[in-house]
Design a protein around this ligand. Sequence first.
Ligand code: GTP
Ligand code: MG
Length: 154
Amino acid sequence: GERTFVMVKPDGVQRGLIGEILSRFEERGLKVVGGKFLQIDEELASEHYAEHEDKPFYDDLVSFITSGPVFAFVLQGADATRQVRSMVGETDPLEADPGTIRGDYGLDLGRNVVHASDHEDEGANEREIALFFDEEDLVDYERIDETWLYEEDH
Ligand code: GTP
Ligand code: MG
């Protein structure tokens, strides 16, 4: 299955939502293959948000993401990136459907609780995984329910 990168942002950590957010993905059937609690420094923030370098909100983005610890993790499963994006919801919580993470926990565009790799940006998932994790930090294993989650081998 495909791997994808997800992160509980500083607001989500401070609000005690790590477990809740992780649970949603676990219960959906996505497999946790890596996880790391860290505080992002300026250098990592500028690499992670390189695509937004020229946006007017860039400085706010970097100061927010470095403002406190985050919980970064890697999920694996069929179409993991798209599955995760649909569970995360629209970027602006105002437009995110109830039932999505941002639609249930967020109110503000600049405090939208989670980051997830963009499925429309080819290779963003593996690029972001490599930015935060060494390959040896990720574990390849089978979850006991895998044969019940998928019709065919994937
Ligand atoms: P991420 O998963 O966090 O990357 O969100 P996204 O992919 O849904 O949105 P995008 O990559 O376009 O933007 C990255 C982050 O910048 C968003 O999660 C928002 O927190 C923030 N952001 C996006 N657009 C705006 C904006 O117009 N104004 C402000 N203040 N923040 C924005
Ligand atoms: Mg994005």
